[in-house]
Design a protein around this ligand. Sequence first.
Ligand SMILES: Nc1ncnc2c1ncn2[C@@H]1O[C@H](COP(=O)(O)OP(=O)(O)OP(=O)(O)O)[C@@H](O)[C@H]1O
Ligand SMILES: [Mg+2]
Length: 490
Amino acid sequence: MSGWAVRVLLIEDEKEIAEFYKDALLEEREFAFQVKHAETLEKGLELLEKGPIDVVLSDLTLSDSRGIETFFRIHERHCRIPVVLLTGLSDGVIALEAVRRGAQDYLIKGEVDGKVLSRVLRYAIERQRIQEELRRQAQIIAQIHDAVICADLEGNITDWNGGAEKLFGYARAEVLGRHLSGLYPDHQRETVEHSVIPKLKEEGAKAFEVVMNRKWGEPFYAHLSLSLLKDEKGHPTGMAGYAVDISDRKRAEKSKDDFVGIVSHELRGPLSVIRESVSQVLDGLYGPVSERQAKTLRMNLGSIDRLGRIVDDLLDVAKLEAGEMNLRKGKTDLVSLVDDLAEHFSPQLERKGIEMKISASDPAVEIVADRDKLIQVFSNLIGNAIKFSDGRTISVSIRDGEGEVICSVSDTGRGIDKAELERVFEKFRRIPNETERREKGTGLGLAICKGIVDAHGGRIWAESRLNEGTKFIFSLPKTSADLPVTRGMG
Ligand SMILES: Nc1ncnc2c1ncn2[C@@H]1O[C@H](COP(=O)(O)OP(=O)(O)OP(=O)(O)O)[C@@H](O)[C@H]1O
Ligand SMILES: [Mg+2]
């Protein structure tokens, strides 16, 4: 015997039967039992008040109470203590009803020995504990302010809390068994079913921002965190989602983006006037310029150009976010495009002692795309490798694949930390470190690259190992079809 004794309250008015059960429990070798005995329900309830009792074993038919009423009177005041009922052969139906209403089990008198009795009582305690725990967890979920939704692997809703009722406007009973797709606008369904759910099965958890629909059809932005539910062997059984309404944040972001768009647009005019006037003074149009003056003016021109590039980047971001980036597509050979860029970057490469290697699957790799925009993508990736990597080699690769072209720019530099790698495509994201403090940048380049590649119907991602290097890879479809421009970046 080990551990603490199980404290049993036995309510039984027939002395012999009571003695039998008491002896059976006390003789039990494997587990220790302490038995308190009451002959009436009244006395039993008194002992329960005094406590502590782990489990009640009670006859249904007592001198002061009969039938299911006996169970109710125990359970209403002590619902957390498991109750096992003792019944006669003819009370089976009543006992079953009691189990349905919260009793843990019932035993037919005369059909039990000490071993069975001991096991039934211990199981009753354990089951009660598990039920309490489940109830407690269900209560927590029900009371969470945000929406919690569970679904099976096919996407049929299996659970729906009060937060979900409030957020979506559907009562729990209305949605149980319905398919999740009813919560998305039609245009999002494809993404959710063919991209999000398979990814979730692969990775186990996924968080993203989506447009969802309320009951009355109103769309709203939600931040959705999904995780896979698994059985004890680790096999997926369903998914749990946690949704928060982020419409306010999205509205604020939009007005900030609109503001940035308008301001950048307004800056462009005066900036070109300033540039023109400085150039004219530098060219001596208004009289001779001393060497010192010329040096200052050239510095000014450099700053004006940099400001101009930032304004252009901000405008690009604003356009991409509004889905207004118009692509001027034409036949473009990516190999010659990169060759030209190598020429352009050669002074910088030389200055830093970096070697740039270009490899292509074919002498020319043609696609239908916006050449200027792809120059922007390659320029930023090559520019970043020169600025940040501290590596000695940059390799650009262009591969003609099936239906798409795969390009990459890799360096042999310091690499990017895994946590940062997931965020480098976000706007204004710059990794705080030594190199970066020396290097100028706004943190818009990669966000624009992603926007441009997305707008072409392609995909961009990065792979990196610390102190070994970073590889930025993007795919572009070869087809000329005008693909819808995706809204929102990073
Ligand atoms: N090849 C690389 N190696 C190491 N870090 C990199 C590399 N490329 C980008 N990064 C990091 O990612 C950040 C984001 O790059 P991004 O091109 O978006 O911005 P930026 O170059 O700083 O500014 P901008 O491109 O707007 O002038 C950089 O600030 C840098 O910290
Ligand atoms: Mg950059």
